[in-house]
Design a protein around this ligand. Sequence first.
Ligand code: ASP
Length: 591
Amino acid sequence: MLDFLGNLKRTHYCGALRASDAGRNAVVMGWVHRRRDLGNLLFLDVRDRSGIVQVVFNKETQPEAHAKAEQARSEFVLAVEGKVIKREKANPEIPTGEIELVASKLHILNNAKTPPFPIEEEINAAEETRLRYRYLDLRRPKPHANLALRHKIVLEMRKAMDEMGFIEVETPMLTRSTPEGARDYLVPSRVHHGQFYALPQSPQIFKQILMIGGLDRYFQIVKCFRDEDLRADRQPEFTQLDLEMSFPRQEDIFNVIENVMVRVCAVAGIEVKAPFPHMLYKEAIRKYGSDKPDLRFGMELHEVTECFPAEAKQKLQIEGNLFALAAPGAVCYSRKQLDELTEKAKGLGARGAYFVKVAAEGMTSTVEKLIGTENVKKVAEICGAKNGDLVVAVSAREQIKGTEAAALVAGQLRLHLGEALGAIDKTQWKFLWLTGFPLFEWSESDRTWVSAQHPFTGIVDDDLDKLETAPWEVRSKGYDLVLNGYELGSGSIRIHRQDIQERLFKALGLTEEQLRRRFGFFLDALTYGTPPHGGIALGVDRIAMLLSGEKSIREVIAFGKTTAAQDLMAESPSEVDKEQLVQLGIEVKKR
Ligand code: ASP
């Protein structure tokens, strides 16, 4: 028989009771965390959001409550009335360990099936099971703490933006395609037969139009939707701190974001200092082989192409440049480890990996015969290798127009080795602004130049003339914010002139008809006095993930999706009723 809550009022959260409450009456409510039956005494640990308290039922003094407690099982929902007393022997493991609640009355408010995994801090249930029963997973302390921290982060963002004069404006979810380089999620219109809304990949066009509308400073904590391949730090729907401001210099936008990030980190108990350092994109690629360099450790890359004579390159089938790095302390790597490293490098896109071991007794190299002793020495020297280091040089299997393919491979290897050698200082928080991006990047699949960011990104004034003649040389007014090897967000000073925006669309290969159809309304809006403007968007999920020390953004999202973009709990996506399809005029073809 279940009890009703009736008019019973909770007086304390379970985890809040302390020695100073001893002697007080208390009413707590929560779930049965653990049960221990010692015959005359029955202990129930009761859990709520705040923690756990031990409740004791005494058969002699409170036989009725005791009898009822015997029925309670894991995850039953209870209300307990009782008195707080000091424990004879304190349990230092839990914050409420100095007291216990002696029950006088027990209300069983609901029962529960045996959960598919125990609700403990450390569990080894598969992530799929956790996602399917997310409501049970959420009862654990860490998911609680993550969502609470996320709340604090978002709250601090709102406070900071408000204090800096930004206004939060909501933009539509049912809209038309906003190009951010991903596929759209489409929503069919019932009223307009054969027509579709797109869920926004970002509020990009709307926020620019808000600047045309004179809002001056806009922000929004907003959901964005992108249908793309998912990874640990990517979800089909994710949240951005999105902002835009009128008449900004780049540094004005940087100041705003630095202020926000310093405050947000402080909320998580992390002290960071502004201003954040800057780096040019080209330097990041050449030094770190990445457009989101992790600066928590060194192991910088160096170009060593000059150490590989033409003949050696030919034998090794190397086409482009070679990049190398010195891995500290890895001189002891065995033959087997080097083979593994070579395989790893090949998996990352290397043609091959070539090693130099720098030991007190001298240097040895896997390519000594091919490039000669002097060149081996030179490779080590260029990389600044010391005794005990292993120098790893790589070439790329395929060259990529407009970028250093070998550096990109070496950059990945740097991360792998940094982790393997324990070289990354995990206590550090290294923010970085990246600037000087190319406006376009080469798309191998489309065999054309595409926007490196999105097509509203401003163009460096001096490079405008090259838009049609040498697009690969055009620099953008874009920037990225990077933290510990993660891209936290990107933004730019925008194109605010209609003539330039139209030229850019054409440079991207859009015909007059296409650009009218897709962006006509925006090009029109640009003609009515558009102020210079710029902005940025930061990934809230990634920020919450990093600040809570998690490795996957699913851990900081209440109801995340799998890498196959499924919600295992709600079982979406799903088929829909025939009737709904008929109304939408849609017929599903079997694949
Ligand atoms: N809309 C861009 C993005 O989602 C951010 C920006 O340019 O402000 O990455």
